[in-house]
Design a protein around this ligand. Structure first.
Ligand SMILES: Nc1ncnc2c1ncn2[C@@H]1O[C@H](COP(=O)(O)OP(=O)(O)OP(=O)(O)O)[C@@H](O)[C@H]1O
Ligand SMILES: [Mg+2]
Length: 254
């Protein structure tokens, strides 16, 4: 077989990781008079690397995040009272192995969603099946869906290893159907010992009001908080800081 035929065969065998680097590996082997096994090992590693990165990419696409936030780009000096260690504990993902939950509650613009997304992204990198949803938007979509679609949506929120419900109660009072959905998600995931991260700027004491049912709020919180890290985000809004910086730039240019 010629090199071109070998490459074609590799692609037919779906070994594109090897096919892509074939030329380089052949040159490398000739230049270094490399033993055959060493060359073969490098080629197999190329294929494994390619498959791994494809898998990570597929998991990321499925998880529903539209960005890849990390804790590296987070400025911990801006709000020094944030529970930094607890955030890194979440990022270490032991809570997912334990089937525990996390509630990130606090003031607007303090970075709750940023931290939750960074944890979700890290979990996709670590091989977990993750689903990130903006709670109000997705709950509204569920409310408009037919029964079959609703069952599918619910399954998509029960099956993953980690579910992130971001900005819960952003619109304060949620519809009855959304409250029942939240209850179903929490109850079922609790039974299966699967983790949930919730971010909200509404303190848990007020959840009864937003659910319009104090008993339901108790049964939801009871299960959520049974094994749960509670993170309180106090401080100034980073959004306002960014807006102030933009206004300052506009002021300078006028
Ligand atoms: N300490 C920080 N360092 C860097 N960026 C930050 C910090 N805090 C917040 N941000 C950025 O500010 C914006 C708002 O933060 P985020 O959406 O995480 O706030 P939030 O606490 O979820 O607010 P809300 O309660 O309104 O949902 C985001 O773009 C986020 O990346
Ligand atoms: Mg948020």
């Amino acid at each position: 077989m010629s090199l071109i035929e070998i490459e074609r065969a590799l692609r037919a065998l779906r070994l594109s990781g090897i096919a892509d680097t074939l030329n380089t590996r052949v040159m490398q082997a000739q230049a270094a008079q490399q033993p055959f096994l060493e060359t073969l090992a490098a080629m197999l590693q190329d294929e494994l690397d390619r498959r791994q990165s494809r898998l990570v990419e597929r998991r990321f696409k499925r998880c529903g995040l539209d960005e890849r936030p990390t804790l590296v780009d987070f400025d911990w000096r801006f709000n020094p009272k944030l529970p930094r260690n607890a955030c890194f504990e979440l990022h270490a993902l032991k809570f997912v192995t334990d089937g525990a939950n996390a509630l990130i509650i606090g003031k607007p613009g303090t970075g709750k969603s940023h931290v939750a997304k960074a944890v979700a992204y890290q979990a996709t990198l670590q091989g977990y099946d993750v689903r990130y949803v903006e709670a109000d938007t997705e709950f509204a979509r569920y409310g408009l869906a037919n029964t079959k679609e609703q069952a599918q949506l619910l399954k998509g929120w029960i099956d993953p290893d980690l579910l992130v419900l971001d900005d819960l109660f952003l619109a304060r009072r949620i519809a009855d159907v959304s409250a029942e959905l939240l209850q179903a998600i929490v109850h079922q995931r609790y039974k299966l010992r699967r983790s949930i991260v919730i971010t909200s700027n509404r303190v848990v004491q007020d959840w009864g009001k937003y659910l319009a049912d104090a008993t339901m709020a108790t049964t939801i919180l009871d299960r959520l908080m049974h094994r749960c890290a509670m993170l309180e985000f106090e401080g100034k809004s980073y959004r306002l800081k960014e807006a102030a910086a933009r206004i300052a730039i506009l002021g300078d240019s006028s």
